[in-house]
Write a protein of this length. Structure first.
Length: 565
């Protein structure tokens, strides 16, 4: 198509085109408006546009043509004016070549058209590759959903839009329950196929205007627009849980997937993208703590709990830096002669406003906040130094008394555990066989092979290991074979229930006999009465621990009570 208001120039171009002896259909337009109309109505391969038109200049017309986003047209600007700047401007706005009218002849015009078509082809190729790269940058390659980067931009745009309207939106944070087991047992290929089907299920549960994204792993988010009432949120959440609850067939395996969903509504507790994501994430973990396969909407109660947790996190960090933690000691007594043979080190917090706090008031939160490792290491160091100082002060032999220190689940999973324990024992000067580390069955069920390796390394260092809360966990016999355990601590719930349930008493007696048969030392916790003490003595328990003898007490009181009498 030729767009030129000069009849002579149009005829000159037509003659040059016709002389190539190829079947060509030529359209003509004398104004920019007419050119746009014919361009929209016809499939145009090559467009020759004059720079000077009666209603618009050629540069502006090229911009309009390009904005039509038709990618199959090569554009050439023709002009009487020999101007290098004009030719550059033409190329910048979208032309593929520039031709002077004085140079129009058959050979030159055909050559210019071929060059323009080739440049147009290369331009389309580059645009396609750029579009593919852009698509990959915005999409999750596994599920084809938008990714975290694109969702964060979408969420920000939604927050900005709400400022100018009365409409609100809800953010749904979805985490599959126990998905790690799928990857661990069946492999990542199966896990990926399962995630693809989960993505399709979630997509079927939302409206056309809603936004679904995969953040990574087994985490998904949904942005639901135009929420007018909280009741709508519950309906959508139940629909999400329902579509995921139906069995999913992946190859020869059928999965029953559940999810925990955390939800927050814009404007109630958060108005920024970061705060909204944080609230939804917190609500999701609340749903997991409430039993999983359900949803939880961020609310006043949870907001207060979160603020308190944030405050406690700051206070715990401050306490670590300012020596607010204390170690209390509870004696472990040999029941046959009432002599102290050991002690358990137990952490306390000397809170500046709340007084002495027991571990139940802060350790679980410290573990959540990943601060338990620092606290545990401090307790171990303090306890080792304390026992060594008593040994020196009172002339105690290494086999006179030992000290027990608890190891948390996170400490057991720490790859630096062995180095840390070795360093602390060495720096304290305490003989390693005076130290006993207590572990619980619940702390060793994750990665038992890895933990077994670490425990064997501790055993090689002559450090004793005690299995705490014995009888309350599961696979106890398996753990006794897998781990180098030296002592069993009978859980205080069994001692407390002595003579209350005959069947449980038989279990308790069997556990003690079983431990003794394996050559393990038996420590009974929670002994409070003469009757309980007599039972432990009759069953051959090596040590007893409980309020019958003493509650956990500070170092000074322990020293006065057991070393200075």
């Amino acid at each position: 198509m030729i767009v030129d208001d000069d009849l002579i120039d149009r005829k000159s171009i037509k003659r040059a085109l016709m002389s190539c002896h190829r079947p060509i259909t030529i359209l003509e337009a004398v104004t920019g408006e007419e050119g746009i109309k014919k361009f929209d109505e016809n499939a145009v391969d090559v467009l020759l546009i004059d720079y000077r038109l009666p209603d618009i200049d050629g540069l502006a017309l090229i911009k309009l043509i390009v904005s039509r986003k038709k990618t199959d047209t090569a554009i050439i600007m023709v002009s009487q004016q020999e101007d290098e700047l004009l030719s550059l401007n033409a190329l910048n706005v979208g032309a593929h070549d520039f031709l002077l009218k004085t140079e129009v002849n058959s050979d030159r015009l055909i050559r210019t058209i071929r060059q323009a078509e080739h440049r147009h082809f290369l331009e389309c190729l580059v645009n396609e590759k750029n579009a593919a790269i852009e698509w990959l940058a915005k999409r999750d390659c596994l599920t084809q959903l938008i990714n975290r980067y694109t969702f964060e931009k979408t969420l920000k745009a939604a927050c900005d839009e709400v400022l100018f309207s009365r409409k609100s939106f809800a953010l749904f944070f979805i985490d599959l329950d126990d998905f790690k087991k799928v990857n661990d047992t069946l492999g990542h290929t199966t896990g990926d196929k399962l995630l693809q089907q989960v993505a399709a299920r979630l997509a079927s549960a939302i409206g056309e205007s809603d936004c679904l994204a995969r953040l990574g792993g087994d985490e998904f988010v949904i942005l639901v627009h135009d929420i007018t009432a909280r009741s709508e949120i519950s309906v959508i959440a139940n629909k999400i849980i329902q579509v995921l609850s139906k069995p999913i067939d992946v190859g020869s395996t059928i999965f029953s997937i559940t999810a925990s969903v955390g939800i927050t509504l814009y404007g109630e507790f958060a108005t920024s993208p970061e705060a909204l994501m944080k609230c939804a994430d917190i609500a999701m973990y609340k749903a997991k703590r409430n039993g999983r396969n359900n949803f939880f909407i961020y609310c006043d109660e949870l907001h207060h709990e979160t603020q308190q947790k944030n405050l406690l996190e700051k206070e715990i960090k401050f306490a670590l830096q300012n020596d607010q933690f204390l170690v209390y000691y509870q004696p472990q007594i040999c029941p046959s002669n009432n002599k102290v043979k050991g002690m358990e080190a137990l952490v306390r917090w000397d809170h500046p406003s709340r007084g002495i706090l027991g571990p139940s008031e802060f350790l679980s939160i410290a573990e959540e906040l990943n601060l338990i490792g620092s606290i545990g290491e401090w307790v171990l160091k303090t306890a080792c130094i304390q026992l060594k100082s008593w040994q020196v002060k009172y002339g105690l032999a290494d086999n006179d008394m030992s000290i027990s220190v608890n190891l948390s689940s996170l400490q057991l999973q720490d790859m630096n555990l062995i180095e840390s324990v070795s360093r602390i024992v060495s720096e304290s000067g305490l003989s390693s066989h005076c130290l006993e580390l207590e572990i619980t069955e619940s702390s060793i069920i994750h990665s038992p092979e890895t933990i077994a390796t670490r425990l064997h390394q501790l055993d090689e260092m002559k450090i004793k290991l005690a299995l705490d809360d014995f009888g309350t966990g599961y696979s106890s016999i398996e753990h006794l074979h897998l781990f180098p355990i030296h002592s069993l601590k009978i859980d205080k719930s069994f001692i407390f229930a002595y003579k209350q349930k005959r069947a449980q008493d038989r279990v308790l007696q069997a556990m003690i006999k079983f431990a003794k048969y394996l050559g393990l030392s038996v420590i009974a916790e929670g002994v409070e009465t003469d009757e309980q003490l007599d039972f432990c003595l009759s069953q051959g328990c090596d040590l007893v621990q409980g309020y019958y003898y003493s509650k956990p007490i500070c170092a000074l009181e322990f020293e006065t009570k057991y070393f200075e009498t």
